[in-house]
Design a protein around this ligand. Structure first.
Ligand code: GLA
Ligand code: GLA
Length: 682
């Protein structure tokens, strides 16, 4: 089972402990029918595996793993440490995490444990050891699923355990209290610290007050690291007992959820896996493709796992919209297009009871006689065909354009006491991804740490923090011939969130050739304030603009604001292009949104000397390619992005078509809304 590298893994979270054993045989029958070949087992099973302290019951788990394995279904086995049992928290309430007001997070849901508790760590590692010893020779198990979605509910713990761990973390980072005082800017408001024991987490400071942003930023860094240390401890116990078995833990990368620094975490897993839940509405496909592209960037283009997504509605939003016809298959194929080699769901069979009973699943409440299960079977057949055609192991083809995402910039820009709460980092990369797609270009989304210098064109979208070193990278990239797009709210501060002086964007103002003296936020919360700005190219800016007061001699102005004189913004440059060294830098000094960016891009690309017409797609189609190193196996994925019928001319054989039709052999293919076509080139 271990050696089959040609198949795309297909399945989901399987929670047999929610069902009587009679149901298991039916599960296996339906899994076989759907083409399921892998399931994740035991994620929340601690209380069943260890019903009381030190007493283990592996019988039921042995039986179900054996049934699965005998049917050819591989197991991704969880450590079961995500949700501690009642006996543990009853005996040790000191493992429960505390919120910023010091209130205890009680059991009743899941992940009610503090990442820095030595007591909890001991219990979790004992369970890991027992699991690894018991299952070390079981060949049906192909990977370890360590814990589950670290930090989903316990990302920030403000307990005393966390406080002491945070103090030690700060000491390792800064060595001296003087260096920490400097980094946090504690001369402000009399916050100077005499030693590390005076550090407290960002606990409740009273409503309407403003906490030290340096403390806050480091607490986010620390919280990501504390969970990572916990993960590494679990991992190391497993790796010692089962050295050859690959390990992963499921990340939560999506456009708006920016919890942990997953680019940093990715160094610690054998393969990257991600959980992604769709954004309802018109951004559905673009947000999915954007998020998956970022996962591919984190994975450095190594194949990765889609560990969870949903067949339809989730149950944790205020309104849980269903998927439209075709989206079940389309979404999975979109993750696959962006580099996934495994397609899994939460969860196999929809629960009858418990907090997630209204969350859709591969086998819905309606049973096997249902559209969802028929779609699950269709998808299984599609994945089998793509495996047979050799998709597994091919990689997402590198784009000519990279859009940079940076966790630390998101963390810093989401703080309060900023020019406007309407602006933070994450929306801008997604707007650029979508606007580029509107122009027929599918960019790669890459972490700031990645070698983005290897791309022909790079976008720095509101990358608020730029260290001296990253500013140097920017300068070297452009002077060496790179084409760089920079937006407002980029390069405002260094890695300690100390503002770069001399005019924004302080550390790269010479590269972009503009100098802004002040932010010009827009809003409608007061009568008579500026709520938008019209540009000379016909687009409209909202939320934030830079008051650019001068440009360099080599800077060309592509668009300026047309505003009433009283605003002080009339004629101020809005979009510029600067020659710098052998390269060029475009600057977009305001928030144009997807629409404004899409409309401004053609003239910007032109001014940058970038001809992207060869990218070949149109606005209504998202085109993605995967191929192997020698280009023997080359696949084109075409997704309909709109609400009309899209047409593409395939460059080879259509191997999968969902909501799509070929009019004549070799001729163009029509793709319905939510449809997709996969083509293999000869
Ligand atoms: C005040 C405080 C100052 C400063 C300003 C900012 O009233 O006394 O310290 O915070 O507000 O507007
Ligand atoms: C997650 C968890 C699952 C389940 C799904 C529901 O990401 O890992 O256990 O709660 O969300 O969407």
């Amino acid at each position: 089972m271990k050696d089959d590298k040609t198949r795309i893994w297909y399945g989901g979270d399987y929670n047999p402990d929610q069902w009587p054993e009679e149901v298991w045989a039916d599960d296996i029958r339906l899994m076989t029918r759907a083409g399921v070949n892998m399931v994740s087992v035991g994620i929340f099973s601690w209380a069943r595996i260890e019903p009381s302290e030190g007493v283990f019951d592996f019988g039921w788990l042995d039986r179900v793993i054996d049934m699965l394995g005998s049917a050819g279904i591989a197991v991704d086995l969880a450590t079961a440490t995500a949700s501690p049992p009642m006996w543990l928290t009853q005996a040790h309430p000191e493992v429960l995490w505390k919120d910023y007001r010091g209130d205890t997070c009680w059991p009743g849901a899941r992940q009610h444990w503090r990442p820095t508790s030595r007591v909890f760590l001991r219990y979790a590692l004992d369970l890991c050891r027992a699991m690894a010893e018991h299952y070390k020779d079981n060949d049906y198990i192909v990977s370890w699923h360590v814990n589950n979605e670290y930090g989903c509910h316990n990302r920030f713990d403000y307990s005393d355990d966390a406080m002491y761990a945070f103090q030690r973390w700060c000491e390792r980072r800064y060595s001296t209290i003087g260096a920490l005082n400097d980094a946090w800017g504690t001369s402000f408001w009399s916050q100077g610290l005499n030693d590390f024991s005076q550090i407290i987490p960002p606990r409740f400071i009273g409503d309407g007050n403003f906490i030290n942003p340096g403390l806050l930023l480091d607490f986010k860094r620390f919280s990501s690291d504390a969970l990572k240390e916990f993960y590494k401890a679990e991992r190391d116990v497993l790796a010692e007992i089962t050295p050859g078995r690959p390990l992963t833990t499921n990340f939560m990368v999506s456009a708006s959820g920016t919890g942990l620094d997953y680019d940093d975490w990715a160094d610690e897993v054998d393969f990257v896996s991600n959980d992604h839940y769709f954004t309802p509405g018109s951004g559905h496909l673009d947000e999915l493709a954007y998020s998956s592209s970022l996962v591919d960037g984190i994975s450095r283009k190594q194949p990765w796992f889609l560990m969870e997504h949903s067949t339809g509605a989730v149950n944790w939003r205020p309104i849980n919209y269903r998927k439209q016809p075709g989206q079940l298959v389309r979404d999975s194929l979109a993750h696959l297009a962006m580099g996934a080699d495994a397609i899994c769901y939460f969860q196999w069979r929809q629960s009858r009871a418990g907090a997630e009973k209204f969350h859709t699943s591969m086998v819905p409440h309606a049973g096997e006689n249902s559209q969802d299960f028929r779609d699950v079977c269709e998808l299984g057949a599609d994945l089998q065909r793509l495996s047979d055609e050799g998709l597994t192991g091919t990689r997402l083809v590198k784009s000519r354009v990279a859009v940079v995402f940076d966790w630390q910039s998101e963390w810093a820009s989401e703080h309060t006491a900023t020019p406007t709460q309407q602006v933070r980092h994450w929306t801008e990369p997604l707007d650029w991804f979508t606007a580029l797609a509107d122009n027929g270009i599918t960019p790669d989304v890459v972490p700031l740490r990645e070698h983005w210098e290897s791309y022909e064109a790079v976008v720095l979208p509101s990358v608020y923090l730029l260290s001296a070193q990253d500013s140097r990278r920017v300068r070297d990239y452009v002077s060496g011939g790179g084409r760089l797009f920079v937006t407002y709210y980029t390069g405002i501060s260094d890695e300690n969130d100390h503002v770069w002086l001399g005019g924004y964007p302080g550390s790269i103002s010479d590269v972009v050739g503009v100098r802004s003296e002040e932010f010009a936020p827009m809003g409608s919360d007061f009568d008579g304030v500026m709520d938008h700005l019209r540009l000379t190219n016909g687009t409209v800016a909202h939320d934030l603009a830079d008051w650019i007061t001068s440009v360099s001699e080599t800077t060309r102005i592509l668009a300026a604001y047309e505003a009433d004189p009283w605003t002080g913004m009339n004629g101020v440059p809005a979009i510029t292009v600067n020659d710098f060294g052998r390269g060029r830098a475009a600057y977009v000094g305001c928030r144009l949104g997807r629409e404004g960016l899409a409309a401004s891009l053609p003239s910007m690309l032109d001014a940058m000397g970038l001809d992207m017409s060869a990218q070949g797609a149109s606005a209504d189609v998202l085109h993605v390619e995967r191929c192997d190193e020698s280009d023997q196996r080359h696949f084109d994925f075409y997704f309909n992005r709109g609400h009309g019928i899209a047409t593409v001319q395939p460059l080879g054989d259509v191997v999968v078509a969902s909501l799509a039709r070929m009019r004549a052999p070799g001729g163009p293919v029509s793709i319905d809304p939510n449809g997709v076509v996969v083509v293999k080139r000869p």
